[in-house]
Design a protein around this ligand. Structure first.
Ligand code: DGL
Length: 276
């Protein structure tokens, strides 16, 4: 049995690093390959078909690097591409490979954070318009009120490292105010985009005291740990040399500079040439 294989972690850009950081902290022994499709991000406003094609191409690339399991650490890709990949592609082309997303594990636990039974979900236009969160959450918490808000400018601000500057404050307050105006009962906000944890200090400054802001990293890491204990046929293929490799479809030097801020570690990436 080959035990050198890696867990693949995919995002449109840097956001998945917030999830990867939690996964690597929870499960430090495994080998990982992170792939950011920076050349084609953000995905948030792309059509279903485009997000599906881009995501599938990156997933197939991760499979070819020897990842039997790929985590879509991206809500937009999870909302728009995961179901088709799981139901149409894997059974036909890759029956021994697995792809998991971030929406279901989040939906499974989000109800435990709210006392008012009302949560706000902030995400990209793609994630919000897909209605994936209300649908998934209602499977587990049929009584929960789910109020959504798309935040189309947040990912571009973060991808361009502008989120740390004052100019970002206006757009953080704008979308947060718009969400809160939709329901006074909201006491919990789910950051349903893996980029948004970078904005937590700014969001916390514009919501009422005691509000819960829920990021997905630890939720996804816990769910992955549980998955691996339930799936020894996958787990037993994975190498445990604590290797982390990073790839981007964009410029490596730009990626290394920005990714290190997200991951709190020095990152040296290599470029992947995709069909643009
Ligand atoms: N991190 C992705 C998500 O969770 C980013 C979306 C984008 O590329 O627009 O949705």
């Amino acid at each position: 049995m080959n035990t050198t294989k890696s867990i693949g972690v995919f995002d449109s850009g840097y956001g998945g690093l917030t999830v990867f950081k939690s996964i690597a902290a929870k499960l430090p022994d495994y080998n990982y390959i992170y792939m950011g499709d920076n050349a084609r991000s953000p995905y948030g406003d792309h059509s279903f078909e485009t997000v599906y094609q881009y995501t599938l191409e990156c997933v197939e690339w991760l499979f070819a690097q020897g990842c039997p399991l790929v985590i879509l650490a991206c809500n937009t890709a999870s909302a728009k591409a995961l179901r088709n990949i799981q139901q149409k592609v894997l059974p036909v082309k890759y029956p021994d490979y697995r792809v998991l997303g971030v929406i279901r594990p989040t939906a499974e636990v989000i109800g435990s954070f709210t006392e008012s039974n009302t949560i706000g979900v902030m995400g990209t236009r793609g994630t919000v318009n897909s209605e994936s969160y209300p649908i998934e959450i209602h499977h587990f918490y049929p009584e929960l009120e789910v109020v959504q808000q798309s935040c189309p400018l947040w990912v571009p601000l973060i991808e361009n490292n502008e989120h740390i500057h004052e100019g970002a404050d206006y757009f953080v307050k704008k979308y947060t105010d718009e969400l809160l105006a939709k329901s006074p009962a909201i006491d919990t906000i789910l950051l349903a985009c893996t980029h948004y944890p970078l904005l937590i200090p700014k969001i916390a400054a514009v919501v009422p005291e005691g509000f819960k802001l829920v990021a997905q990293g630890d939720i996804v890491a816990d769910s992955l740990a549980d998955y691996l204990t339930r799936h020894p046929e996958i787990e037993s293929q994975l190498g445990k040399a604590s290797e982390k490799k990073f790839y981007t479809s964009g410029d490596e030097q730009v990626f290394d500079k920005n990714a290190s801020i997200f991951f709190d570690e020095k990152i040296v990436s290599a470029r992947v040439n995709l069909k643009i």
